[in-house]
Design a protein around this ligand. Structure first.
Ligand SMILES: Nc1nc2c(c(=O)[nH]1)N=C([C@H](O)[C@@H](O)CO)CN2
Length: 128
């Protein structure tokens, strides 16, 4: 018997250029001074229900997620971007149940003087 899975098209709510300040890094100067981090975040979810209802509760609120990310980053004191990015992705998936996948990019523009910026990109899926 063939079974057709019910798939909804996946859409993306995004946050681009979210500017924060954090204590982050492995060097002494980074443990003593906050430095800028800039986040781009894609959150994949179907938006069909929200498009019908016109209700913010049927989608993910990019303003709410932006505020939550700023709060996490500003209270964090990790050494690695890896640790901070994992924490943020897990927070989004745990607290915003409509989100099926998060793609997160963080830029750390003051980390390596010879570059425009360096950073990390990670992708995390909801585990069923
Ligand atoms: N993969 C990573 N490499 C590096 C990190 C990091 O968080 N992840 N951090 C540093 C230093 O803190 C750097 O940003 C200071 O220049 C080096 N490499």
């Amino acid at each position: 018997m063939s079974h057709t899975p019910s798939t909804q098209p996946m859409d993306t709510v995004f946050i681009e250029g979210l500017k924060t300040q954090a204590i982050i890094g492995i060097y002494d100067w980074e443990r003593e001074n906050r430095q800028p981090l800039i986040f781009d975040i894609d959150m994949d979810l179907p938006i069909a229900q929200a498009a019908k209802s016109d209700d913010i509760n049927d989608t993910v609120d990019y303003k709410q997620v932006s505020d939550e990310v700023i709060a996490i980053v500003e209270q964090s004191r990790h050494e690695l971007l890896e640790t901070l990015c994992e924490e943020i992705c897990q927070h989004i998936l745990k607290n915003h149940l409509a989100v099926q996948m998060v793609r997160l990019k963080v830029s750390k523009p003051q980390a390596v003087a010879e570059t425009d910026t360096v950073g990390l990109k990670i992708t995390r899926h909801r585990v069923l």
